[in-house]
Design a protein around this ligand. Structure first.
Ligand code: MN
Length: 541
């Protein structure tokens, strides 16, 4: 009882959450909070005995009495938390967006001491909220102290078949995550100030590779094995990389293991590394595979000596040590941390303010055929070709297509972002049924493809070519020939960690021009700006 646990878990200089204190009044309030932490869940809280008794409900409450929702008790929260909404910055306990999903008051159905009822493992109450109304029951499952069920009573407020609606779409959340990442510590605006721009490189605290007991074995020998097992020290050049838990299953539907992920990155190393070289990498870790929890790691302050890092000032007094994608050992080290994807910046150390490619992410809504996405990619290519620019396509590895334009690193992110926005807008205006530049998911029409140009900013990223995606089938982002896009007989799921090397030996690196054919875009910018202005004039007329 009390707030010690709550307060111990948090650093109130770094989280906007209230420190709070025990309250003497009891106004019988309740709140349900939607919490986009590493795993989305809902927090159900009842004001009781000076605190908020709290349960974490993974699927959230339901108005359907047939839906028994698991609820795990969590530490008592201060009553101040009833009103808390905000973004808990990365690195803090419960990092992520936190918002009120429903609130109101409650009434116990029994006169017995509420704490005694809780100790008994059964609490019946009536909720008077905006969404939740009528009788509810919290019931402890027998023999499992930490596991409760939250169940709607069968009364006039029960709604069989009721579906919970999120306040915040999870797609928006993943974008918010990426944006948040861009600034390192959750201070989104701070990263854009001039003071924040001064990036300097240094070698951060280095530790030697953790030994796992075995002497290092040559990588060429290790990766010939059919299945990688247990823990291994692998020798790559002069470096030794510790690989652990290799038989842990990372893709439960496919049975693919962490060892298979690492082996894939070893095999495609020479193809993917040129796209990571000299670029800060954003890391999202899935230590227990794609269906387990994941978290973003900004700061790598304890990396082995072969891992190059760059300390980037993200705001006054705050720096983040980013991994720089440089060598095969680093690529495998990251895979061993459970980092499935490779997310490089659009610019390189030495010229971090000047992107050397720009990207359009064609992100389909529900039910869009892949052939439609292919056709839209071709129109993006044609519009760009019309202003003299070559572009290159790859599957996202998820559902859409990425179109890249390699550029000389002599323009600012602001210039490139504006250019990309105008191109995307022209594409969307030409085919309003098919394409949109509307960021808010709710404003998009069903069947539209979102032409996402918003990733062309400092610190943002798109998955690298050949990057694996944390999705069923272990798909990878695969460079395409424009002929393949035109024919549209392919699909995103066609390219996986199991067949990419075969495609690479047949076609080589189809994306190579993205590194070698860097284009000046002054002319194209002028022409697109003119088309954009013309369009506006006609619309006004
Ligand atoms: Mn929570």
């Amino acid at each position: 009882m009390g707030l010690e646990t709550y307060q111990e878990k948090r650093d109130f200089t770094r989280t906007p959450e209230p420190k709070g204190k025990l309250s003497r009044a009891n106004r019988s309030r309740f709140v349900v909070q939607e919490h986009h932490a590493s795993k989305l869940h809902f927090d159900f809280r009842l004001e009781m005995a000076g605190v908020l008794k709290s349960w974490s409900v993974p699927k959230g409450p339901s108005l359907d009495p047939a839906e028994k929702r698991f609820a795990a008790p969590t530490e008592d929260h201060p009553v101040e938390y009833l009103k808390f909404e905000g973004h808990i910055p990365a690195g803090n306990y419960g990092a992520g967006a936190h918002m009120i999903w429903d609130e109101g008051t409650y009434e116990l159905l029994s006169d017995a001491d509420p704490l005694a009822q809780l100790a008994e493992g059964k609490l019946a109450f009536k909720l008077k909220g905006k969404k939740l109304r009528g009788g509810f029951n919290l019931v402890r499952m027998s023999g499992r102290a930490e596991q409760w069920l939250l169940i709607k009573s069968r009364d006039a407020h029960a709604m069989p078949g009721w579906q919970l609606k999120l306040r915040m779409d999870t797609d928006d959340q993943s974008r918010a995550w990426r944006n948040n990442l861009a600034s390192g510590k959750g201070q989104q605006m701070a990263a854009r100030t001039p003071a924040a721009r001064t990036a300097r490189e240094h070698s951060s605290r280095k530790i030697s590779a953790p030994a796992v007991g075995e002497p290092a074995v040559a990588a060429s020998r290790v990766f010939k094995q059919q299945a990688l097992q247990g823990d291994l020290n692998v020798k790559i050049g002069a470096n030794s990389v510790a690989l652990t838990n290799l038989n842990k299953v990372y893709w439960p539907d496919d049975g693919y293991t962490k060892g298979e992920l690492i082996k894939y990155y070893y095999e495609v190393g020479k193809y993917i590394l040129p796209y990571l070289k000299d670029r800060p990498l954003i890391m999202k870790r899935y230590p227990n595979g794609i269906s387990g929890p994941s978290f973003h790691q900004h700061d790598v302050n304890e990396a082995p000596s072969f891992v190059r890092t760059a300390t980037l000032a993200v705001e006054e007094g705050h720096t983040v040590d980013y991994i720089i994608g440089d060598n095969l050992a680093t690529l495998l080290y990251m895979a061993n941390l459970g980092a499935i994807e490779r997310h490089p910046w659009h610019s390189r150390v030495g010229a971090l303010d000047h992107p050397d490619w720009l990207v359009f992410d064609l992100d389909p809504g529900k039910g869009v055929e892949f052939t439609t996405i292919c056709a839209l990619a071709v129109s993006v290519r044609d519009l760009l070709a019309g202003v003299g620019l070559d572009s290159y396509a790859k599957t996202s590895g998820s559902r859409g297509i990425h179109v890249y334009v390699p550029i000389k690193p002599i323009y600012t992110y602001e210039q490139i972002a504006e250019f990309a926005a105008q191109v995307a807008t022209l594409v969307a205006r030409a085919q309003p049924e098919v394409a949109t530049v509307e960021r808010a998911l709710k404003q998009r029409r069903r069947g539209q493809i979102y032409v996402d140009h918003m990733q062309n900013a400092r610190g943002k990223s798109v998955v690298a070519p050949y990057s694996v995606r944390p999705r069923t089938g272990a798909p990878v982002s695969a460079p395409l020939k424009w002929r393949e896009v035109e024919r549209a007989r392919i699909n995103v799921q066609d390219f996986t960690i199991k067949n990419m090397t075969r495609r690479l030996s047949a076609h080589g690196d189809l994306f190579k021009p993205v590194l070698t054919r860097r284009q000046k875009v002054d002319q194209a910018m002028a022409e697109i700006a003119r088309m954009f202005a013309e369009r506006k004039t006609t619309e006004r007329a």
